[in-house]
Structure formats: structure tokens, C-alpha cells
Design a protein around this ligand. Structure first.
Ligand code: G3P
Ligand code: MG
Length: 242
């Protein structure tokens, strides 16, 4: 089962910062996950929330601030003083961290609350500039955005994310059409997902931070997990090979 470091190595480093991605890049895991929003001046930045309040010393929505304004804030000290001065990264800066590694990169398009016109095109352009087409997975809770990715870039791996499950999810997957399904931990063991896995769907599960959950996910055939604790998961999974 593949491990993706969720928002970078977010248990030990401030989420979605270069520090968190640089730490994840040192680990022999399959990949990383990150969240992307658009600034007022249409730059792609990596942050989870629509607002900067929770993860910085500033406030306001990303969509109402320019990149220059966002760069004035500290995105590290909310987590620990050790990371004071950490800036909000651009998507370009995060992708650059993985230039010399083989990690897969799951870019989550955060169009859940606000609509960011042309977000899909801008993300695809950035991915192409690194020639990462075969390394990225583009996902979103906004399935319209996933459908747009599927049309614009049919060869790139895409995945709708589900907070609650839908019945006949494998049939629904074909309507997008999606290459994988990203489901919550609670949905993973319910019958629609089990049926989808049996019908050949690639399923990844968010967010798994307890090792006690791993055996059952492996048994049902989950392809990968998103976790804030990649080292803890690696250590537990290493016993599977013994
Ligand atoms: O992409 C999987 C997971 O990150 C979705 O939830 O809220 O952590 O972005 P969230
Ligand atoms: Mg995410």
C-alpha cells in the first residue's frame, strides 16, 4: 500500500510549507499531497484553507490578497517557533522540491468554496513546465473540476475526492471519467467502495494517521493512503514484508 505525505510531512512540520515538502522528499515513500488556491493576482499557491488565518499570522482570503501581500506573513510560527519565517509557497516552488526525486505529487484543486476561473488550465500549465505529466494526480472535491481535467488532459491521472460516499461509485467514476477514487477513511470500508475495488477501481484513502487502520485497508485492496505521519506508517508497514 502506497504512502502519500498529506500536506507534506504535516505531523512534524507546518502543513503545506517548503519545510514539510523537503522533509517528505527525504523519505522513501510513494508521494505527497498538497492543496492549491489562486491569489488575487492569479498565482498558484499551496495552502489548505481559503483563508490564511489558521496557518499564518495574518488574516483574509487567499483570493483577496496578492502573492506579494501573502509573502509578508509567517506560515510557520503557528505550528512552532522553530519554523518562524516560513512563507506560503507557490505551486512552482513545491514542484521544484521534487525535481531530483521520484515521488508522485497529488495536487488537490481547492475549488470547494470559491470558484477560481481557469484554475485547471493554470495547474496543467505549471505541471507541463516541469514535464511532470506522468507523476501528478490531480484531484478535487469539485467533481466538475475533475471532469474538466479529464477533458483537457485525458492522460493525466485524476481523482474525485469524496467526503460522503455515493452508491454505484464505480459507475459514477465512468461519467467523469476518473482514473481513481479518493475516499474518506469512514467510507473506505463501506460496500460501495468495496464493490468499486472489486470492479477494479484504484482507491486511495484520506486521512489515515492510526496504524491500527492499516491491516484492514490492505486487506480490502486499497491502493494508497494519505497520512500526516508518513514515518510511523512506513515503520508499521515494514513488518508486512517480514
Ligand atoms: O486529498 C485528500 C485530502 O487532503 C482531502 O481533504 O481537507 O485534507 O484537503 P483535505
Ligand atoms: Mg488536501
Amino acid at each position: 500500500m502506497k504512502i502519500f505525505a498529506h500536506r507534506g510531512y504535516s505531523a512534524k512540520y507546518p502543513e503545506n510549507t517548503l519545510a514539510a515538502f523537503e522533509a517528505a522528499a527525504q523519505l522513501p515513500i510513494h508521494g505527497v499531497e498538497l492543496d492549491v488556491h489562486l491569489t488575487k493576482d492569479r498565482k498558484l499557491v499551496v495552502i489548505h484553507d481559503e483563508s490564511i488565518k489558521r496557518t499564518s499570522n495574518g488574516k483574509g482570503y487567499v483570493k483577496d490578497l496578492t502573492l506579494e501581500q501573502l509573502r509578508e506573513y509567517d506560515f510557520g510560527s503557528w505550528f512552532s517557533e522553530e519554523f518562524a519565517g516560513e512563507k506560503i509557497p507557490t505551486l512552482h516552488e513545491v514542484l521544484n522540491v521534487f525535481k531530483e526525486t521520484h515521488h508522485r505529487i497529488n495536487i488537490e484543486l481547492k475549488t470547494d468554496v470559491f470558484i477560481y476561473p481557469m484554475l485547471e488550465e493554470l495547474v496543467l500549465k505549471e505541471v507541463a513546465s516541469f514535464q511532470y505529466e506522468d507523476r501528478v494526480i490531480l484531484s478535487s472535491f469539485d467533481h466538475e473540476a475533475v471532469g474538466k481535467i479529464a477533458r483537457l488532459a485525458p492522460d493525466i491521472e485524476n481523482a474525485p475526492i469524496f467526503s460522503t460516499m455515493v452508491l454505484n461509485v464505480a459507475d459514477y467514476q465512468k461519467t467523469i471519467p476518473a482514473k481513481a477514487l479518493h475516499v474518506s477513511l469512514t467510507s473506505a470500508v463501506r460496500s460501495p467502495v468495496l464493490n468499486a475495488i472489486q470492479r477494479g477501481s484504484v482507491v486511495r484513502v484520506w486521512t489515515v494517521n492510526k496504524v491500527e487502520k492499516l491491516d484492514v485497508l490492505k486487506e480490502i485492496g486499497v491502493d494508497g493512503i494519505f497520512t500526516d505521519e508518513p514515518e510511523k506508517m512506513m515503520e508499521y508497514m515494514s513488518s508486512w514484508d517480514e
